[in-house]
Design a protein around this ligand. Structure first.
Ligand code: GDP
Ligand code: IMO
Ligand code: MG
Length: 418
């Protein structure tokens, strides 16, 4: 068995799905290990757009096995709809899509709690996707969560729901509709249920691809806390979230956009609140795949990138949306921060220090040519190659894949495969 991972290394939306899509061909299984339907993973294939929220992006290949491992939180009503939508587009799920029985369920209560906590006056909102992700993970850790398999045992489910509601000081009686709906949705999901650790370890010949959601700067420990999501988005999440040994993952791809974006609140040292930022947003169509919110845009932040490569042990980088940078007279890369008058190359652990960080830039020449039709590295304009060399030099990691457009074919491979 061998396993590869694709991890977002910034604040999400790095075009992980596009990279999963190009790598999936060489793998047998694609597995999500954390997050929920806060994710929005877009793939363009032959002019058709697909946006995946819970279902792994590998499902587009008819012969791949796809799974949601125990670290994922699943809104069962949403998942049923997502499956139905994709089935109506001709995608087959039976016998190749699996859900671990341990996944915690995101309930309507979690969505309500998410909205409520975002609306607390006097507290700066996180800017969540309002899908109930934070409250669901909180209940999981508080040991009052509802797991998918609980819904296969009616009496046990009733007891657990009772406990959950009393944990939140809420009355459970009268929630008959919820119980009925949960039992019904669980019945529909039952054919897909399989213990993912056994699925993973069932054949030594399998090549597994782990599909990360969100990005390392949104990690519950290592991200820009408290402006983060509630799961382990960095490499450690793969092992706790899916039941595989760290020794079995042999290659970790870090996905970075050629610039940075962020949806939601929180510090963003290289943010461009000017026409350059607007131009990046328009060229990159930077509007959230899950919420439609405009994404905040800024230059590549190599201080943050060195940090996320370090905590994940990134072996190789996939650099995406390089085509968006065509037409800028100059391209900036942040290589240091100045915090309270002091220069540093260290990513600060406290949100206030990051908020105070002034980005110190290196300036490179831009290029004018459109590059979205290029598939050979040598055909890129010299200034674009120079930008890539600069990033490799500053991060000390090879950039093996360069994406120059949303489609599978708009990809430049610099590694051995094609
Ligand atoms: P993910 O959440 O990391 O999978 O990324 P999203 O799907 O949320 O956002 C990435 C967006 O960029 C999607 O709309 C993709 O179709 C698009 N995209 C992916 N790669 C490229 C690229 O190289 N160039 C351009 N212009 N768009 C891209
Ligand atoms: P993909 O997988 C970008 C952000 C939200 C908010 C914070 C917490 O498509 O990259 P949450 O709803 O998770 O409690 O919100 O995290 N966020 C994302 N930003 N891409 C995502 O997923 C995100 N999932 C959550 O905007 O700032
Ligand atoms: Mg996304």
């Amino acid at each position: 068995m061998s396993a590869t991972a694709v991890l977002g290394c910034a604040w999400g939306d790095e075009a992980k799905a596009k990279i999963v899509d190009v790598l999936a061909r060489e793998h047998d299984m694609v597995i999500r290990f954390q997050g929920g339907n806060n994710a929005g993973h877009t793939i363009w294939l032959k002019g058709q757009k697909y946006v995946f929220h819970l279902v792994p992006a590998g499902i587009l290949y008819p012969d791949k096995i796809c799974a949601l491992a125990s670290g994922v939180v699943v809104d069962p009503f949403f998942l049923i709809e997502e499956i139905a939508n994709l089935e109506s587009m001709g995608i087959r799920f039976s016998n190749r899509f699996f859900i671990d029985p341990r996944v915690n369920l995101v309930l309507p209560l979690h969505r309500e709690l998410d909205a409520k906590s975002e609306a607390v006056t006097g507290r700066e909102a996180v800017g969540t996707t309002r899908k109930g992700i934070g409250p669901c993970y909180s209940d999981l850790v508080a040991r009052v969560g509802i797991r998918l398999e609980d819904a296969f045992h009616e009496n046990y489910l009733l007891r657990r729901l009772n406990d959950l509601y009393s944990h939140h000081n809420l009355e459970f009686t009268g929630q008959n509709e919820l119980v009925r709906d949960l039992l019904a949705v669980a019945k529909k999901l039952k054919p897909f249920v399989k213990q993912v650790p056994y699925l993973i370890h069932s054949s030594s010949q399998k090549k597994i691809l782990f599909e990360g959601a969100q990005g390392s700067l949104l990690d519950i420990y290592y991200g820009t806390y408290p402006f983060v999501t509630s799961s382990h988005t960095s490499a450690g999440g793969i092992f706790t979230g899916s039941g595989i040994s760290p020794f079995l993952v042999d290659h970790i791809w870090g996905v970075f956009k050629s610039y940075y974006t962020r949806v939601g609140n929180g510090p963003f040292p290289t943010e461009l609140r000017d026409r350059v930022g607007d131009r990046i947003r328009e060229r990159g169509r930077e509007y959230g795949s899950t919420t439609g919110r405009p994404r905040r845009c800024g230059w590549f932040d190599a201080v943050a990138a060195r940090y996320t490569c370090m905590i994940n042990g990134i072996n190789e980088i996939a650099l995406t949306l390089l085509d968006v940078l065509s037409g800028f007279p100059r391209i900036m890369i942040c290589t240091k921060y100045k915090i309270n008058g002091k220069l540093t190359e260290e990513f600060p652990s406290h949100v206030n220090d990051l908020q105070a960080a002034e980005a110190i830039y290196e300036e490179l020449a831009g290029w004018q040519e459109e590059i979205s039709g290029i598939t050979d590295y040598q055909d890129l304009p010299g200034a674009a190659r120079n930008y890539i060399n600069f990033l490799e030099e500053t991060l000390q990691i090879k950039i093996g894949i360069i994406s120059v457009g949303p489609d599978r074919v708009q990809t430049i491979f610099r590694t051995g495969f094609k």
